[in-house]
Design a protein. Structure first.
Length: 405
């Protein structure tokens, strides 16, 4: 029997905007956490990044990252906004923010000086471009800027196109998962010793970590990586090729796969050719092998080749459009599209079989949950005021006096 979402009972205060932070908190919400999204009076910037617009008339960009959350608009630079924030933090487990470093400190909400003292069990996750210190510390950063700064752009594209960014905001996406992982590890540590901590996730660290295998290649050889289009610097054939009606990507990692591939395309002699016997030789004779492959596959459609190659254990795929990928039978089988009334979104890829995700409502309109949030805070304050002397402490009070969960 499936149990409740793995994070049921977890309370998260979300101060994030744009992509990495909201992606992280949406996954927390998908798995049962109660996420309160605090937005500035003008709202998350992605509320203005349209068209296109979803049926709710909110930008599709915002809707992709904010389901299952409640929204309240607060000016956190003002005492009234800070008072409400403290009310939410009184029983929160996690605070996630992606302000420019130093912003919370400027508002008198620094972690070491204020939040850790007042809420010792709180896990604070800070997401930023470059971190708080160092030559670039405190500076703003966006995904494509980090792709450029950290070498990702230099190995993407082709010799003809020159450096170009990856077509999806890959640094933002992975930073969201880095933040998610750090939060879950900090919560595990808190379960052991009763104390929260500060978690840091930066776009810069994430982008540098993505330099695989290119970074390792350079560290070992001293040879500067260059853009190779869709090719792989270490593996051949691992690239796209032109079939009768479009591009086919073929990924071959070992000699056994290469032998089966040659047989499947009707060219068994390629597998016996000394120039292509092993990956090292195939790397050396890449151009000759590519010419032979394209000649062999030119007469059949890409999807027909992909089906045939996959059946003999050779990884291959037609290069699909976004529309084709989202409408693929396997996408439907994996239930990767989530529908809530007029809302359609992409499910989190994190799957737990015993405590499956329980995605919540469609993304909220700006400030739509103000009344419910204020009522909740008022009820909590009234309950605390009525708590008689000697009664059991609140979780926040308990965390201040014990090192046990």
């Amino acid at each position: 029997m499936a149990r409740a979402g793995a994070l049921q009972g977890l309370k998260v205060v979300d101060l994030t905007r744009v992509l990495a932070g909201p992606l992280c908190t949406q996954i927390l919400a998908d798995h049962g956490a109660e996420v309160t999204k605090i937005e500035p009076p003008a709202g998350d910037e992605t509320r203005r990044l349209g068209p296109p617009y979803a049926p709710s008339q909110q930008p599709a960009y915002f809707e992709a990252l904010n389901r299952g959350k409640q929204s309240i608009a607060l000016d956190l630079s003002a005492p009234e906004g800070q008072q409400l924030l403290h009310g939410l933090l009184a029983d929160a487990d996690v605070l996630v923010e992606n302000f420019v470093p130093g912003t919370l400190e400027r508002w008198g909400l620094g972690y070491e000086e204020v939040l850790a003292v007042r809420y010792p069990r709180l896990v604070l996750c800070s997401i930023s471009g470059f971190g708080t210190d160092g030559p670039l510390g405190g500076l703003p950063g966006y995904d494509a800027v980090l792709q450029a700064a950290c070498g990702i752009m230099s190995v993407n594209g082709s010799a003809d196109s020159g450096a170009t960014k990856v077509g999806i905001p890959v640094v933002d996406h992975l930073t969201g998962y880095v933040a998610l992982s750090g939060i879950l590890m900090a919560l595990q540590a808190r379960a052991r010793d009763g104390l929260g901590q500060r978690v840091e996730a930066t776009l810069y660290d994430t982008a540098i970590s993505l330099l695989l295998p290119h970074g390792a290649n350079w560290l070992s050889s001293g040879e500067l990586p260059a853009p190779l289009g869709s090719a792989h610097p270490n593996i051949v054939p691992y690239d796209k090729f032109q079939a009768a009606d479009g591009a086919l990507f073929i990924g071959i990692l070992n000699d056994a796969q290469f032998t089966r591939f040659c047989q499947a395309i009707g060219q068994p002699e390629l597998g016996r050719d000394a120039r292509f016997a092993h990956n090292a030789q195939r790397l050396q004779h890449r151009a000759a092998l590519y010419a032979a492959i394209e000649a062999a596959i030119a007469a059949r459609p890409a999807q027909a080749w992909a089906d045939a190659l996959m059946q003999v254990g050779v990884p291959a795929a037609a290069v699909n459009s976004v529309a084709t990928a989202l409408d693929h039978p396997h996408t439907r089988h994996r239930q990767l599209l989530l529908r809530r009334g007029n809302y359609t979104g992409i499910r989190s890829p994190v799957r737990l079989m015993g405590t499956p995700a329980c995605p919540g409502a469609a993304p909220p309109a700006l400030d739509q949950d103000r009344a419910a949030i204020l009522a909740r805070l008022s009820a909590a304050a009234a309950g605390l005021a009525q708590c008689p002397p000697g009664a059991a402490p609140t979780r926040m009070q308990e965390g201040a006096t014990t090192t046990h969960p």
